[in-house]
Ligand binder design. Structure first.
Ligand code: FES
Length: 359
């Protein structure tokens, strides 16, 4: 079962005026649980005033690299980010679940690819992991980055990016877009939205003919950039996105499972398969979601955001049908193959079997 383990703070330092980078050591006994793919994230848990608080942060280290590094933008009033910036110290431990997430690259040393990344603000963190991993593990691939920020001084990991550019001048192209700072080229001033992507495409032309595009930032940026890339001819299956923060009320979710009701009672039996073990509980069909219903029955299922974004609760419907309220975390192919977000799902059939072991 994916569970929380204490990771040790090996290093914590200011990244910009309002962000920190934290290096996390993994105890040897859990090391095998913390392998990750470039782009994946870690769910964290802290307790504030007796209340458990969970947040997800992307790993920005290269795939296979230890310690695991994350970048945290401090949000005013943000309980988790303020705790991370102000209360954590070297030697402390913090609870983290093993890495997860479908926003990742499949590295292959034989690949000859042009990857393009669009990152806004702290959306750079998973993309930085991809850049480092691709440059070191795919010697014939290139990465073209478009990175939007207010100004240079608020740009997270800018020094790391310049250091990578020095090491791989032919294979890494950096394009910084600032909304509150003059630049030599007008094209590089503004916000990273759909119009800007079209403008950049016109300016860079062939540079945007990517094998895969990775987009990470707030939901409005994801929506605008993704739509623009598809308009510009990019195959939707090759545009991958990961949003952070809570989506706007009017944000367009990805497809959500809508099964056909096939029930005879107002209760359903849920069987959960995890690490080869089965657990079973009953829930009312109107209960908010499967994760909360399981908790009411003393069964803890994996979750972090409970907002349909992080996909920590992803599982496969092996039998039966569920309805998923919203989905910002699963790709269309995952929904088609029967994967759901348990934090957004309720049973439609009398019995359902959820498999957490299927990848
Ligand atoms: S817990 Fe984040 S999507 Fe379900």
């Amino acid at each position: 079962m994916r569970e929380f383990h204490p990771l040790t703070i090996e290093r914590i330092e200011a990244e910009t005026k309002d962000s920190v980078r934290i290096a996390l050591g993994v105890p040897t006994e859990f090391a095998s649980d913390y392998g990750f793919l470039a782009g994946q994230h870690l769910p964290f848990q802290i307790t504030v005033d007796g209340r458990k608080l969970r947040r997800t942060y992307s790993i920005c280290s290269a795939q296979g690299e230890l310690p695991l590094e994350i970048g945290v933008r401090v949000q005013p009033g943000g309980q988790f980010s303020e705790f991370a910036a102000n209360d954590l110290a070297v030697g402390d431990t913090i609870e983290a679940m093993s890495p997860s997430g479908q926003f990742h690259v499949e590295l292959d040393a034989a690949n000859v690819k042009d990857y393009v990344g669009f990152a806004a603000g702290s959306g750079i963190t998973p993309i930085l992991s991809m850049i480092k991993s691709i440059l070191t593990q795919e010697p014939n691939s290139r990465f073209i980055l478009f990175y939007g920020n207010r100004k240079q001084s608020t740009t997270m990991f800018i020094e790391d990016l310049y250091a990578l550019k020095n090491l791989y001048p032919e294979r890494l192209q950096l394009n910084f877009v600032f909304s509150q700072e003059e630049q030599e080229f007008e094209t590089m001033v503004g916000r990273l939205n759909g119009d800007k992507v079209r403008e950049l495409y016109t300016h860079f032309g062939a540079g945007l003919r990517a094998s895969d595009c990775f987009v990470c930032g707030p939901d409005s940026m994801i929506q605008d950039v993704t739509e623009a890339l598809i308009d510009l001819g990019m195959d939707e299956a090759h545009v991958h996105s990961e949003r952070f923060g809570v989506p706007r009320k009017d944000a367009k979710p990805k497809a959500a499972e809508q099964g056909v009701a096939d029930h005879t009672t107002d209760r359903a039996t849920v069987t959960v398969i995890m690490d080869g073990h089965k657990k079973e509980f009953d829930m009312h069909r109107d209960d908010a979601n499967i994760v909360d219903a399981a908790a009411d029955n003393g069964i803890e299922l994996p979750y972090s955001c409970k907002g349909g974004v992080c996909a920590t609760c992803r599982c496969h419907v092996r039998e039966g049908e569920v309805t998923m309220a919203t989905n910002y975390g699963l790709e269309p192919w995952e929904v088609e193959k029967g994967f759901v977000l348990a934090c957004q799902s309720r049973p439609l059939s009398d019995t359902i079997v959820l498999d957490y072991d299927k990848i």
